[in-house]
Write a protein that binds this ligand. Structure first.
Ligand SMILES: [Zn+2]
Length: 356
């Protein structure tokens, strides 16, 4: 893989982070600082020290909030273009001398170093936050093979772990936020560090934002369009009840897919979430009502009876009827579908998904 290919993968990842980190101050500054490391042509941070990125130190040098540096680096690492490194230092060596025991981005290497005595003082050190630094560096591919992109990388969770009284040092919090699993917060620091290093992978082909957007919406689009086409024939050949059973199933599937997958990856606002969901579900309901010819009308005689107690029942003055196709409802459903689609397109364009 050429270095320009890695630069283009980094550009895609940076574009995704720009959308994600809209509310953070100084995102561009951090991205530019990391980009200068990526285009430097050097690959080994143990030789070229300037490749290392330590959010706490770099944010001070760049004049940006530490939260911005932490979150941008965390997300770029999750997108596979950065790796996490750790530097272990012997506590017996004075601070003005080089007491480095190891610098590694491999969990196995860390385990190996822990099993042998310290090269400086000959003892075994406990892995504690005061002995350790955690840093990031570009994930230069060591071979020509770049793994295909894993869509799950677009899922974000646990932006910033809440500092607890006894666990507020930046290395611990950084490891917890990298592991993205709040159940690990009570584990010993050595376990956290090993698990954070174990999240390092080969670099993957990160897609441009518009490709990631398309992939996230593909499922709901196929299901909804398939339903639009098939509901007519289903009602025609299998009957109205079958139409409603299909609609209920499709609504459940769409609800789960949009809520649990599409929107977690694209992470829009709460307002956009509820509008999109109600728009698509309203579409499916209107279409099913229209094709099955469901009619609700005011009734003078027999109405819909809802039994409340043994001998009492509530009679609503409405009547439910199935009839021929109701083209008004079908038209309303198709209209609502297009309105929802326009809303999603405009909203997601505004937050940058079609930028680059
Ligand atoms: Zn030592």
């Amino acid at each position: 893989m050429s270095s320009s290919e890695f630069e283009s993968i980094f550009e895609h990842a940076a574009a995704l982070v720009r959308i994600r980190c809209k509310g953070f101050h100084g995102v561009e500054t951090v991205l530019a600082a990391l980009n200068s490391r990526v285009v430097s042509g050097h690959s080994d941070p143990r030789i070229h020290r300037e490749l290392f990125f330590e959010p706490w130190i770099d944010s001070q040098q760049l004049g940006v909030p530490q939260d911005t540096a932490e979150e941008v680096a965390r997300e770029l690492h999750q997108l596979s273009v950065l790796t996490v490194w750790t530097r272990l230092r012997c506590t017996e060596v004075p601070f003005d001398e080089d007491g480095t025991i190891t610098e590694t981005n491999s969990a196995e290497e860390l385990e190996r170093v822990r099993s042998i005595p310290c090269p400086h003082c000959g003892t075994f050190h406990d892995i504690v936050p005061s002995l350790v630094e955690t840093l990031y560096a570009p994930n230069f591919p060591m071979s020509d093979q770049v793994a295909p992109f894993t869509a799950g990388r677009l899922r974000l969770g646990l932006a910033k772990p809440v500092a607890q009284a006894d666990r507020s040092d930046p290395n611990t919090l950084r490891c917890i936020s990298i592991i993205r699993d709040s159940s690990v917060r009570d584990e010993p620091f050595a376990v956290l560090l090993t698990r954070a290093l174990a999240t390092n992978t080969k670099v993957e082909h990160v897609p441009a934002p518009h490709q990631a957007w398309m992939a996230a919406w593909m499922g709901p689009i196929v299901i909804t369009l398939g339903f639009l086409v098939l509901i007519g024939p289903i009602v025609n050949f299998a009957g109205q009840a079958a139409g409603w059973v299909c609609a209920a199933l499709v609504i459940l599937v769409i609800f789960l897919v949009i809520r649990g997958d599409t929107q977690v990856k694209l992470a829009p606002s709460a307002a956009s979430r509820s509008l999109t969901r109600s728009g698509i579900m309203g579409t499916l309901l209107l279409l099913t009502a229209g094709t099955t010819g469901l009619q609700v009308s005011l009734s003078k005689g027999e109405g819909v009876a809802i039994s409340l107690l043994e001998s009492h029942s509530l009679i609503l003055p409405i009547k439910l009827e199935y009839g021929g196709t109701n083209y008004w409802l079908v038209g309303l459903g198709v209209g609502l579908f297009f309105l929802t689609a326009v809303f999603v397109l405009v909203y997601d364009k505004r937050i940058g998904w079609f930028g680059s």
